[in-house]
Write a protein that binds this ligand. Structure first.
Ligand code: NAD
Length: 361
């Protein structure tokens, strides 16, 4: 088994170093090889996703990714900006299913901006389709309007589209995830989020998800409009189990869900293709505001490494060891500044990584 390590920019290098430490402490047999990505790769190779980095990613069973981006690249042409590396990896590896669990650790229940009773025990999974929708639909561009309210005016347009196989494969992923979670004690429910009342694409989405759902009689299916879903996520987030939605709605809702649990520094994510090859990364960005200070929370990245062991490397026991160790360091009262509260012990990135290694036992 081979893991491509792509630390990237900003806090990416700091947090990935801690995840590597944890992986090495497990004493499993896999190889790790690093390559530059994002702004770091632009500096060294003139492109955010050099061919050599893409080839390493393709040749690996899994990719552990830090984060990319920095304000200083904002004036570069779009194709050379660091964030293009993620889009390129998704496209070239066919990573269509994005998993974002939002789990509230009891020890951090007071770190959320929501009332503790709303989020205590929260354990939901947002599954976002990653390769279709209005983000990639063609045609797109700028032109002179020939109709609409202002004929002759300059206008911009994008195309929202989903094919049946695209919807079917993400729906199967969601139902299967709900089944796995049900076996571990969850409710066994998929909530499909759409905007079928307004958009043709999402009426089709709803119809196809309903059809796929008939093959999973053990899993409950409900449908919710995206505006209501955004509201319910903060009103009663525990009513959800697995949420499945398209690329744009998922982009927004998964960030909203990530904040339910207090800090984005706690939340892992996985993006998988049909061969279970995956890119594993924290849900947050490169945090240029705190980069280099040794204060970033490495737990989202360490938990992403656990997801990698579970999904792509088929090492569920090792994944569970990491998750237990993270739980243990939180119980010990160790906190990076983003989740610190009086009465707990403030630690830096490296101390947190060391503590997780120690807690692996
Ligand atoms: P961000 O997620 O980097 O930071 C948002 C806030 O959360 C900041 O205050 C930051 O300090 C804090 N934060 C993030 N991760 C943290 C951690 N592990 N520990 C403690 N605090 C943490 O989002 P942003 O500031 O909007 O974007 C910064 C850069 O990251 C931009 O260039 C953006 O394009 C890029 N970005 C990259 C990814 C990615 O690589 N997948 C995702 C989102 C944003």
């Amino acid at each position: 088994m081979k893991i491509a390590i792509l630390p990237g920019d900003g806090i990416g290098t700091e947090i990935v170093a801690e995840a590597i430490k944890v992986l090495q402490a497990l004493d499993l047999s896999f190889t790790m090889e690093s390559a530059p990505v994002g702004g770091a790769a632009y500096e060294s190779h003139g492109h955010p996703l050099p061919d050599s980095t893409l080839q390493l990613a393709k040749d690996s069973d899994a990719i552990l990714f830090g984060a990319v981006g920095d304000w200083k690249y904002d004036t570069l042409e779009r194709a050379l900006r660091p964030e293009q590396a993620i889009l390129g990896l998704r496209k070239h590896l066919g990573l269509f299913a994005n998993f974002r669990p939002a789990i509230c650790y009891e020890q951090l229940v007071n770190a959320s901006s929501l009332k503790p009773e709303l989020i205590s025990g929260l354990d939901i999974l947002i599954i976002r389709e990653l390769t279709g929708d209005i983000y990639f639909g063609q045609p797109r561009g700028r032109r002179t309007a020939t109709d609409g309210h202002f004929p002759g005016a300059e206008e911009a347009f994008d195309t929202m589209r989903y094919s049946k196989p695209e919807i079917e494969r993400i729906a199967h992923v969601a139902f299967q995830a709900a089944r796995t979670r049900k076996a571990a004690g969850s409710e066994g429910r998929v909530t499909s989020v759409d905007k079928a009342n307004v958009l043709e694409t999402f009426q089709f989405w709803k119809d196809v998800v309903t059809e796929v759902g008939q093959s999973y009689p053990d899993i409950a299916l409900d449908h919710m409009y995206v505006d209501n879903a955004a509201m319910q996520l903060v009103k009663q987030p525990k009513r959800f189990d697995v949420v499945v939605t398209g690329n744009m709605f998922g982009d927004i809702l998964s960030d909203e869900a990530s904040m339910l649990t207090g800090s984005i520094g706690m939340l892992p994510s996985a993006s998988l293709n049909s061969r279970n090859q995956g890119l594993y990364e924290p849900s947050h960005g490169s945090a240029p505001d705190i980069a280099g200070q040794g204060v970033a929370n490495p737990l989202a990245t360490i938990l992403s490494a656990a997801m990698m062991l579970r999904f792509s490397l088929k090492q569920p026991e090792a994944a569970a060891r990491i998750e237990k160790a993270v739980d243990a360091v939180l119980t010990q009262g160790l906190r990076t500044p983003d989740v610190y509260s009086p009465g707990t012990s403030k630690v830096g990135t490296r101390e947190m990584g060391d503590a997780v290694v120690k807690a692996l036992g």
